[in-house]
Design a protein around this ligand. Structure first.
Ligand code: SF4
Length: 117
């Protein structure tokens, strides 16, 4: 007795199903991560750590008497969105490794600023 010609073998079905099932959790995790980042509160300039590090939502409003690092011509080009610690999550805002759980302004700045390589 011969098997009928069928393009979909049981082995092929099981292999394809396993690959699909393995992909679902990864997609779910990535999707949830994006929702979490978008739901984060924005860092307040009045936050004690933000104040200690001179964080401002508008880098041009930096108190350069306290934080002269941003007073030079090179310093004036420093913004959160070109800082090593920044990862954009939504238009104009992103996460920062220095302020976990909060969003910082892309055009913001703090004294921890380090250039992206
Ligand atoms: S470490 Fe960088 S991204 Fe974070 S607040 Fe300071 S300047 Fe902005």
């Amino acid at each position: 007795m011969t098997k009928p010609d069928c393009p979909y073998s049981r082995r092929r079905f099981l292999t394809t199903s396993a690959k699909g099932a393995a992909t679902i959790p990864l997609v779910s995790i990535l999707g949830i991560g994006q929702v979490w980042a978008a739901d984060l509160p924005r860092l307040e300039e009045s936050d004690p750590v933000a104040m200690a590090l001179g964080y401002v939502n508008d880098a041009d409003a930096t108190d350069i008497a306290k934080f002269p690092k941003r007073a030079s011509e090179e310093g004036k080009t420093q913004f959160c969105d070109n800082c090593l610690q920044y990862a954009v999550t939504e238009e104009g805002w992103g996460t920062c490794a220095i302020f976990p759980g909060k969003l910082v302004a892309g055009r913001g700045w703090c004294n921890v600023w380090v250039a992206k390589p």
